[in-house]
Design a binder for this molecule. Sequence first.
Ligand code: OVV
Length: 414
Amino acid sequence: MSSANTPASRGGGAPAVNGSPGIPGLDVDPFAIEFFEDPFPTHEALREAGPVVHLDKWNVYAVARYAEVHAVLNDPLTFCSSRGVGLSDFAKETPWRPQSIILEADPPAHTRTRAVLSKVLSPAVMKQLREGFAAAAEAKVDELLARGSFDAVADLAEAYPMSVFPDAMGLKQEGRENLLPYAGLVFNAFGPPNKLRQDAIERSAPHQAYVAEQCQRENLAPGGFGACIHDRADAGDITAAEAPLLVRSLLSAGIDTTVNGIGAAIYCLARFPEEFSRLRRDPSLARNAFEEAVRFESPVQTFFRTTTKEVEIGGCRIGEGEKVLMFLGAANRDPRRWSDPDRYDITRKTSGHVGFGGGVHMCVGQLVARLEGEVMLAALARKVATIEMSGPVKRRYNNTLRGLESLPVTFTPA
Ligand code: OVV
């Protein structure tokens, strides 16, 4: 780890360069490759340094303890999203793409767009999707068992969501290869202006053009999530101009998230074979095993908020117009909240984890994510006897998403 990324405070409890008295200033870059390789010691240092810290490198405040992350998530008018949930403050800089009307919005505007996506991704809709999603998971596991050895990232964690989600959206076949690069771009763009972000934006034009075109009503098959969003415009819930932007939200957040969630679950089951044995003995644990993987790995690691007024949190004063970085992954392993937080335990009581965020912005697609995760883990539990890592694990680097580039594995049949 380079000295520029050690968790050590500047020390002495002195005021941070651009921080406030009593708030420790840390020399930590949570958007650096060395951090992505092993964030856990730095997460601990961030939690132990205080309830609120200042990251001097990016001139932002940060919270890494569960209590403060929870408090920020649950005060959306003080810690707003409408100035962007990345480092860039939309009050000072133009967003790289037109602002999301759900993610980057505050109540009351947010409440109306949120209601539309909640309805489109409701429990009743999941009931319609379950059979097809389960059959696709079983077919995928059968295909991988026939191969024996394969890459659990490309061939499973990416291939399975790509086999169900674009069809559920109602997308045409052509151009789907843009979906993962577009999502990678969106999640890199929440980060600071580092190489990951700048390179992604530089290469973004074809992916942006593809997504903009697929958001149009005429390109979305009847009955899919996309068409259902446009139907809500007919019903008067949103305007015709808002519908394509809500489709864009699902294309931005609906695939790479579940890719990394399912990837996290496979990586957990490969590393903790006793937990896979427990899952095999009781496949009804599949849904909780997926949820625990979301807590344990936290595929979405961070989001920012912006303060709309001076505020006190954890006894620390933060002024108006400051960016606050929430370490969801650190909160999900805070020993103040979780017992044995670094253990992957498929029977853990996972409720309250912040892997899907929390409060009014909590993942609106969580039921789709859980459906995909559950049916895939249930198929593995019933069909696979052992999951063995059979080659070098390679990490994928993204400013927001935590996951792997490659996970070579061998399956043996049950
Ligand atoms: C949760 C999330 C991630 C990325 C993009 C969006 C939402 C969006 O609304 O576009």
